[in-house]
Design a protein around this ligand. Structure first.
Ligand code: 5AD
Ligand code: FES
Length: 344
């Protein structure tokens, strides 16, 4: 690998023979060298929990009939942006399930409206697999960043986490299309997913090296009771133990920072869910983005990808100030500028 860190060294770090202190110190050194103590703020708007897919791990999968479904209308989405702008957000992340209601026309309408009202803000989309033409139209409407976790670079592992109609090659095609169109692209995965080994993570790292994404999102896999993996009583279907998942996520964050010095890497909500100070630990391990929730409080519980997701009762302003304090306590500083990736 051209990063100067070999696969065997990575395996040593990931398996905890690090030592961890050395790994986290090196990640923090590299992050400070490139980004100082800055932590970028992204406002997350979860605008639909309808999804046509049936990923075996995800709480908003189509097959979960125990969930009340919602879609935010354009006015409500714009209201979230208005609140967010006043709180200092300069990036809005529109995230949703793969909801056929949001045709290109509808979604482009929303994107161009936000773009027109907030020309100084970046619009990030996270709405799954679409056609190249669709991605191009959304780009033309003003979207500039796109988050699409690849979930697993290994075809075998991908197959055990998704039904047959979901094809890894198509997901990878989407990521390369997005890059070619000119989006800043985010990929990523869940750590400690059922069946995932350290060798799978090495495959993920190799894939990320080829893709060279601008953003990399990782968080621990957490079970959701109303999913096939969450229902399974087989212990192998539950992935790693909680403390192992936390530790492995932190180690992988640090390895990512070392391998991708310029990447924008969030300390995710899943990390804050598995451990009360998980996001602070993530920042210290190399993460440099936080994504407080800007969704209306009355729909937040319905966007439960996994059990016990945090922040479902907090107003946007509360999440914003909560994270300000958390970032400060970890020794960093929130910056509210648009926060584009530095040049590779
Ligand atoms: N645990 C952790 N992360 C999950 N995601 C979906 N379901 C779960 C879960 N049970 C992640 C996926 C998806 C992102 C939006 O949330 O990686 O890409
Ligand atoms: Fe939402 Fe802490 S980030 S309450």
């Amino acid at each position: 690998m051209e990063t100067g860190i070999s696969d065997s060294k990575i395996l040593q770090f990931l398996s905890g023979k690090g030592p961890d202190e050395e790994l986290f110190a090196e990640a923090d050194r590299i992050r400070r060298e490139n980004y100082g103590d800055a932590v970028y703020l992204r406002g997350l708007i979860e605008f639909t929990n309808y999804c046509k897919n049936n990923c075996y791990y995800c709480g908003i999968r189509a097959g979960n009939t125990r969930l009340d479904r919602y879609r935010l209308d354009q006015e409500t989405i714009l209201e979230c942006c208005r609140t967010g702008y006043a709180l200092g957000f300069r990036t809005f992340v529109l995230q949703g399930g793969e909801d056929p209601f949001f045709t290109d026309d509808r979604l482009c309408g929303i994107v161009s409206e936000i773009h027109g009202r907030y020309p100084d803000c970046a619009i990030t989309l996270s709405v799954g697999e679409r056609s190249r033409e669709s991605y191009q139209r959304l780009f033309n409407a003003g979207a500039r960043r796109y988050l699409l976790r690849h979930e697993a670079a290994s075809a075998d592992l991908y197959r055990t986490l998704h039904p047959a109609e979901m094809i890894l090659a198509n997901r990878k095609r989407c990521l390369y299309d997005l890059k070619e169109i000119g989006y800043q692209v985010g990929a990523g995965l869940m750590v400690g997913a059922p069946g995932q080994t350290l060798e799978h993570l090495i495959e993920d790292l190799h894939f990320l090296q080829r893709l060279q994404p601008d953003m990399i999102g990782i968080g621990p896999y957490l079970r959701h009771a109303d999913t096939p993996l969450g229902r399974s009583s087989a212990s192998c279907a539950q992935g790693l133990e909680k403390s192992q998942k936390l530790q492995l996520t932190l180690r992988l964050l640090a390895v990512l920072r070392i391998m991708f010095p310029y990447a924008l890497i969030p300390a995710t909500t899943a990390l804050g869910t598995i451990e009360h100070n998980g996001r602070e630990l993530g920042l210290k391990a190399g993460a440099n983005v936080v994504m407080p929730n800007l969704s209306p409080v009355d729909v937040r519980e319905q966007y439960e990808l996994y059990d016990n997701k945090i922040c479902t009762g907090e107003e946007s302003a509360q999440c914003r100030s909560c994270l300000e304090l958390r970032v400060m306590s970890a020794g960093y500083r929130i910056v509210t500028d648009i926060g584009d990736v530095k040049c590779h």
